[in-house]
Design a protein around this ligand. Structure first.
Ligand SMILES: [Zn+2]
Length: 476
């Protein structure tokens, strides 16, 4: 038995329970119409300049590693020309870079922007309390969020991201008590900063099947409406929180929306133990049995997989995200990141979206484990996935690619080359060198000043919002 959500999506009968807000999910179609429309999601924005020439840059590409002095011409959000001494058109804006480093914008493949507003509050929580468990501080924070806090948190987290040279975020959102329309609020916060986003809301049984179905509906609606700098996916929490009916609903949602899956997998050992206790199979087996593995799936963490399971996952073409700082902080264990295959990426999992710091941590931890990894490939893989979803090359610095670039002002006298790029990325580069950021052909930060965001106002709003959130968490 099944019923329709109104998005041509059929959901198994167990998920037919009334939502906590009252009334069956199927009857809430009219409420969905009140959500932001596709036109709203375009947001107001400045147009990309007619033509910009970036002169005298030291252009750096990650994969394959390349370093070359050249000019770039940008138009309409894309790179249109690359070469030495490009000729200026009469209306071109000229930007002299005088040898500064120009890199493609970095991509964070797994984040939780909703934690940005209250960063630091989890400090006293013991890792063994499972931060993401039902009683964990992260779950209590998610439960305390309202629309305003969601938007504010997304804005703050996006600001952190561009300040560190991150131009695209794959975000995994959760706000069970402010669920409907929540992804539009995340998008609105990100849009003010100008960053790209691939968004989803986690589906889970933790809050009852009504909330699960509502999350499915939210994911489908956003994925179908997202455009411009936004794309949608179907989000899911760890599979031990998902019944068989929930997995069915997720697969149906992927088919209906055409969107991929973004799920936590085997972050903690408990994921496998509870999965077997409750459903008789391991997380990988359950995902495989439900056709949820494949090139449209992003699997975050993958710490506790057996070699055969990891091999099985890789053979499906799934994307794997290594989150070293988060895994270390949560004492989750060390993921076999060196064996993640050709679709390995890096994410920050709620830590600030600083991919320089994440890449450096990934590398140092892998050295400690005696399994050093090539972090530039991991960063380039996330750009490759973003390219697929946005249907424009992201990460390449050549004609036809998206004008998502960052400028590093690096006073080091050491000459940079393709051969020493990886070492320089690890031991010399950092977020503090990021001077300017352009996304989709529009400057979002110039000379370390974010454009279009009032930092002081934001700080004031954040202080007020945090006090309210903190009170709700203490009451929860
Ligand atoms: Zn996560």
């Amino acid at each position: 038995m099944s019923f329709s959500l109104g998005y041509r999506c059929t959901i198994s009968s167990a998920w037919k329970a009334p939502s906590l807000s009252g009334g069956p999910i199927v009857g809430r179609r009219s409420r969905c119409r009140a959500r932001p429309t596709a036109a709203d999601l375009a947001f107001t924005d400045r147009e990309a300049a007619l033509g910009i020439i970036l002169k005298g840059a030291t252009i750096v590409e990650l994969e394959p590693a390349a370093v070359e002095q050249a000019d770039l011409r940008l138009e309409g959000g894309a790179i249109t020309e690359r070469g030495r001494d490009l000729t200026e058109g009469p209306s071109d804006e000229i930007c002299e870079l005088r040898g500064k480093l120009l890199l493609p914008g970095l991509v964070c493949a797994h984040h939780h922007l909703y934690t940005a507003l209250t960063r630091g509050m989890a400090g006293a929580e013991a890792p063994e309390k499972l931060l993401r468990g039902a009683e964990g501080v992260q779950a209590r924070l998610a439960g305390a969020l309202d629309a305003g806090a969601i938007e504010l948190s997304a804005r703050i987290g996006s600001l952190e991201a561009i300040s560190a040279g991150t131009t695209t975020i794959f975000d995994h959102h959760a706000s069970p008590n402010a669920l409907s329309g929540s992804l539009s609020h995340v998008a609105r916060g990100m849009s003010e900063v100008g960053i790209r986003g691939v968004l989803c809301h986690e589906v889970t049984d933790r809050h009852g099947p009504g909330k699960g179905a509502e999350a499915i509906e939210e994911n489908i609606a956003f994925a179908q409406e997202a455009q411009g700098r936004f794309r949608g996916m179907i989000g899911a929490d760890a599979s031990f929180t998902l019944s068989d009916d929930a997995l069915d609903a997720i697969r149906d949602a992927m088919e209906v929306s055409g969107a991929g899956l973004h799920i936590h997998l085997a972050e903690q050992a408990i994921d496998e133990r509870l999965s077997i206790e409750r459903y008789g199979h391991s997380p990988v087996q359950r995902l495989s049995d439900n056709n949820l593995l494949g090139p449209r799936s992003i699997l975050a963490d993958a710490v506790h997989l057996s070699w055969p399971e990891l091999s099985q996952v890789i053979s499906t073409g799934s994307w794997l995200v290594h989150n070293p700082r988060s895994n270390m902080n949560n004492q989750a264990g060390y993921a076999p990141a060196g064996k993640f295959g050709l679709r390995a990426m890096l994410g920050t999992d709620g830590m600030a979206a600083d991919m320089f710091a994440e890449a450096q941590t990934a590398y140092f931890r892998s050295r400690e484990a005696g399994q050093p990894i090539d972090v530039l490939k991991y960063l380039a893989n996330a750009q490759r996935l973003a390219s697929e979803l946005f249907q424009i090359p992201i990460g390449a610095i050549r004609p036809g690619a998206a004008a998502d670039i960052i400028i590093l002002d690096d006073p080091s006298p050491m000459p940079l080359s393709a051969e020493n790029l990886a070492a320089n990325f690890l031991f010399r580069f950092s977020a503090r060198l990021v001077e300017s950021v352009m996304i989709d052909g529009i400057w979002r930060m110039r000379e370390r000043r974010p454009l279009g965001v009032g930092v002081q106002d934001l700080a004031h709003q954040a202080r007020e919002a945090v006090a309210v959130i903190w009170e709700r968490i203490e009451r929860s």
